[in-house]
Write a protein that binds this ligand. Structure first.
Ligand SMILES: C[S@@+](CC[C@H](N)C(=O)[O-])C[C@H]1O[C@@H](n2cnc3c(N)ncnc32)[C@H](O)[C@@H]1O
Length: 326
């Protein structure tokens, strides 16, 4: 096996870095929970259980996103490979179980595969399994939060860097944050790389709202699980049974919003503080922006990318773009 794990707990220097990341996470969580309209950033969904619940969401009847994107990859992988060119360094951002990238290996034939995710244990397991099935592709698992800073370890090949950002994860950022994120990717891919990215398109409200509130309650469990993860990180005492899942399409902002709503008045404590929540008060946990093809390709151009190739499905549910650096 030639995969490497560069997550932050492996040596003393990195344990110190990990300690400072926990402190940063606590600071961020307290700041978000203390706002008048409380919020928790969506990256906190992903502890081990959160990562598994997201896999389950992808299997629900209502969550068309994964199937629509998979259909586009299946139909156009060769065109994507032609646009990307030979032997890319494939850098999978928020890789999760790495299944989407793995599906593209036969077409893209990457010279190196680098999987980046904040959910480190889940990522390590996924990359370990993938490496066993593809012993000829050098692989690297990088545990990192790429939402604010973006530094790749020196082991990542500098040439032909193609960032892979599927699943419309870019839609979790506000338009301003997404633009900053795209600019960081553009800077990191050099002049001979690019960005292969999938985004969800605007569609009818009932389809969108069902996708984020499935009948089996898996998205509800995924949303509620953030409170367990916050308790573990912050040592807070959220009682999950006092909250319920809410999802709606905010048409003005072109985004699905997910919230957790207090089912009763309660005080939630954490070391050095806490907050009173009234019954019905909400914590905003996720935005998922929906794009138009024109709007999104304009964002790519504004971030400094050159030629963009785009592929969609027959129902125009989803869009995959390959934006070349130049
Ligand atoms: C919606 S899931 C997508 C997983 C997979 N790429 C897919 O499309 O099926 C988002 C993934 O990004 C990871 N993630 C979320 N925020 C992140 C961040 N700020 N830094 C690194 N990884 C992050 C999560 O752990 C999760 O695996």
């Amino acid at each position: 096996m030639n995969s490497m794990s560069v997550h932050l707990s492996e040596n003393r220097r990195n344990r110190e870095a990990f300690g400072s990341e926990i402190a940063q996470a606590r600071h961020e969580l307290v700041a978000g929970l203390s706002q008048k309209s409380a919020r928790i950033a969506p990256k906190y969904f992903y502890d081990g259980l959160g990562s598994r619940l997201f896999e389950a969401i992808c299997l629900t009847d209502e969550y068309y996103v994964t199937r629509a994107e998979a259909g586009i990859f299946a139909a156009h992988a060769r065109d994507m490979a032609a646009a990307i060119g030979p032997k890319p360094t494939l850098i999978d951002l928020g890789a999760g179980n790495c299944a989407k990238a793995a599906g593209l290996f036969p077409a893209l034939r990457p010279a190196q595969y680098v999987a980046v995710d904040i959910s480190v244990a889940f990522l390590d397991e996924a990359v370990g399994k993938l490496q066993a099935g593809h012993p000829h592709i050098p692989m690297l698992a990088v545990g990192a939060d790429f939402s604010e800073h973006f530094a790749l370890p020196a082991e990542v090949e500098a040439s032909r860097r193609v960032f892979f950002y599927p699943g419309s994860s870019i839609g979790n950022f506000t338009p301003l944050e997404a633009a900053q994120c795209l600019r960081r990717f553009r800077a990191a891919c050099g002049d001979d790389g690019g960005l292969l990215i999938g985004v969800d398109l605007v569609k009818a409200r009932p389809v969108l709202e069902a996708a984020y509130d499935d009948a089996l309650g898996i998205t509800s469990a995924f949303n509620l699980n953030v409170l367990r993860h916050v308790n573990a990180l912050l040592d807070s005492d959220f009682d999950v049974s006092n909250w319920r899942h809410r999802a709606h399409f905010n048409e003005d902002q072109s985004r699905i919003e997910m919230h957790l709503e207090a089912t009763r008045a309660q005080f939630v404590a954490w070391p050095g503080g806490g907050r009173q929540f009234a019954a019905g008060e909400r914590i905003h946990t996720e935005n998922s922006y929906k794009f138009t093809p024109q709007g999104f390709t304009t964002m790519l151009a504004q971030a400094g990318f050159g030629v963009t190739h785009s592929w969609s499905d027959a129902a125009q549910q989803f869009l995959v773009c390959y934006a070349r650096a130049q």
